[in-house]
Design a protein around this ligand. Sequence first.
Ligand code: ADP
Ligand code: ARG
Length: 343
Amino acid sequence: MNYPKLPEDCKSMLCKHLTPESFEELKNKKTANGFTLEQAINSGVVNIDSGIGVYAGDKESYTLFDKLFDPIIKDYHGFGKEDKHTSNLNPDDLNAPNPDPDGEFIVSTRIRVGRNMDNMPLGPAISKEQRDKVEASVVEGLSTLDGELKGDYFPLLGMSKEIQDDLIKDHFLFKEGDRFLDAVGLNKNWPEGRGIYHNSDKTFLVWVNEEDQLRIISMQQGGDIKEVFSRLVSAIKSIETKVPFSYSEHLGYITSCPTNLGTAMRASVHIALPKLAEDMEAFKTITDKYYLQIRGIHGEHSESEGGVYDISNLRRLGITEVEAVQDMYDGVVALIKAEKELS
Ligand code: ADP
Ligand code: ARG
């Protein structure tokens, strides 16, 4: 394998941090699951517009290819090799009274975490048999949930196009055919082994075998962020008694994309900020200050509609879950204040 052709103006973390030296040192290494540097970087090589451009095939990828992953993790999360990740899932430590009790700005709140099974390769290196086994174990674990978390599992295989499209449009289900995931082999054998579990109100959902083996999601209309967080925490705690999660003292919860390591948590609101949107520079000054990411309302790589944005925490590693949600909450309070001042 030769050093990949990366254009001069490529801005991804792969282009920034892959050096001829690290490439030479890593190019012939293989994890116990057979995952190579070539596979780890292929998505960023094929998709030159990537923001990050690398994925891990397993937990070992993060140590075996550390010369590449460490600088990317440092750059994205500000988290160094000697740093330790800590967890705090106590909703009582979150200071988040509804910032929009009259429902003028916040359409909905959603908090998700990514999880993968311990002692299994991650999606990019998993075999069909292993993926099917993950699906079976997760579905069995979920079938024991009760109360508000009780629900049903709907495999993607056999789901009608109409139901699938409605679930995607209503923000409940993942899209299909993501080119970044495609290039790392994460979409192999699609749609087999993939599916969605949800309760009848669709306030609690679990995606199975998408970018991560589990995406545990709590969501509802309005801005009661604490209620959404509390529901998520009770779900995580129940599921982890049934499904062992991949975790590292250093990196927290292990995920296929390095942006999700640590808490693996993205806490977001869909929020109407039409006035602020007229001055994106002022908007971004606030989102940068509070470590927030701006997305469109149909998920990553989508556009805003009608001045409604998806605003979420950017940092996930080296801070606790409570701090990740607090970042989002504090930023949303500041955004609402700014929007009100402009109205
Ligand atoms: P992820 O959150 O898993 O990183 P995406 O950004 O692609 O992935 O979002 C997944 C889905 O969740 C999309 O349909 C998106 O519109 C929806 N979503 C995200 N945040 C919210 C929210 N606060 N309210 C409603 N839907 C949301
Ligand atoms: N690999 C894509 C990129 O580098 C996505 C990165 C972050 N998003 C994600 N869903 N993991 O742009």
